[in-house]
Design a binder for this molecule. Structure first.
Ligand code: FES
Length: 328
């Protein structure tokens, strides 16, 4: 073996599935090694890889999964995949068709969610659902460097909560678990968490858009410098309940039919509409449009509550009403 190569989105690598484990209800982990026996590209905590997956209609597509393994190890990666029963089929393909010994094609790793500098005195890590994957990798890294950490981790139910044992072993006494389903359901109190974080802490959050928005806006309101707040959203992932919708562009006098599995922004671009955008993840507000009629289903993490009364980000947000009218 030589020294670890550097990952790239342009470079495809082949990975052999060495082990598959049930981590929680609907969540499996996959331990992967290099197919050519070499070291894998170096990773930093928070990195993800993009995998080629097969869809039920025989086509292929790409899915991104964060690496949960120890970032100091270059002999294997571990990813965790939550099965989305009503998704487009990428996660179901992992669950139903991938076996040990199979070869997967991937590119990366790429890191859009890096840790801040090493001498941060305390880190508060907040995860919702499968958002635990990059957070676990960060916890491993910080604990190995004897950094102070608190983890807040929410899932719908206990049986859908992966990696509880790993977290309890890594940071005993510093893991706070929340189960949100049912009458007794409990959510992390973001205001209290941010307010009581030690001075100069950094906060990292990965989970549903509401959790990220809450954390970003709360820390802003409490006077935190934005450089101390880090997040990774699930981007434009469609939800199980998504329905087709109609978007009317008032100024362009156009009506666009948006399929259940396409974003409003992509449907507009496909129709030849000029629309500005950048991240396509609901994080930058570059695609923001005024809403004239209808009820948006906001999934961005960048607009304030007040902004959301007038605007929406069509790269990720959809509609609670069958029809939306936007000022474009
Ligand atoms: S393109 Fe960044 S929020 Fe829509």
């Amino acid at each position: 073996m030589g020294s670890p190569p550097v990952g790239s989105m342009d470079m495809k690598i082949q990975l052999v599935v060495q082990q598959i484990r049930d981590e929680a209800s609907g969540i499996k982990s996959f331990v992967l090694t290099s197919a050519d026996g070499n070291y894998l590209p170096s990773v930093a905590p928070g990195a993800h890889m993009t995998f080629t997956v097969e869809l039920p209609d025989g086509s292929t597509d790409e899915r991104q999964y964060s690496l949960v393994s120890d970032s100091s190890q270059n002999d294997h990666y571990t990813i965790a995949v939550r099965r989305e029963d009503n998704g487009r089929g990428g996660s179901a393909w992992f669950h139903d068709h991938v076996s040990t010994g199979d070869i997967l094609i991937a590119s990366g790793p790429v890191n859009d969610f890096p840790l801040a500098h090493e001498d941060v005195p305390h880190s508060v890590l907040i995860a919702g659902g499968i958002g635990i994957t990059p957070i676990l990798s960060m916890v491993r890294h910080l604990v190995a460097r004897e950094r102070s950490v608190d983890v807040h981790y929410a899932s719908r139910t206990e049986d859908t909560m992966a990696f509880q044992v790993d977290l309890a072993e890594l940071v005993p006494g510093h893991v706070h678990l929340y189960h949100t389903d049912g009458n007794g359901g409990k959510r992390p109190d973001i205001e209290s968490i941010v307010k009581h974080a030690p001075d100069h802490s950094h906060v990292y959050v990965c989970g549903p858009s509401g959790m990220i928005r809450d954390t970003v806006q709360t820390s802003r309101r409490l006077g935190w410098n934005e450089s101390r707040v880090h997040y990774e959203s699930f981007g434009g992932h469609n939800s199980e309940e998504d329905q087709p919708l109609t978007v009317e562009l008032a100024r362009s006098e156009m009506t666009i039919m948006v399929p259940a599995q396409q974003t409003i922004l992509d449907a507009m671009l496909d129709a030849g509409v000029w629309a500005s955008y950048d991240c396509k993840r609901g994080e930058c507000s570059m695609c923001l449009v005024p809403v004239l009629d209808g009820t948006p289903d906001h999934r961005d993490v960048c607009l304030s509550d007040e902004d959301q009364t007038r605007y929406m980000c069509p790269c990720v947000s959809r509609s609670k009403s069958d029809r939306l009218v936007i000022d474009l």
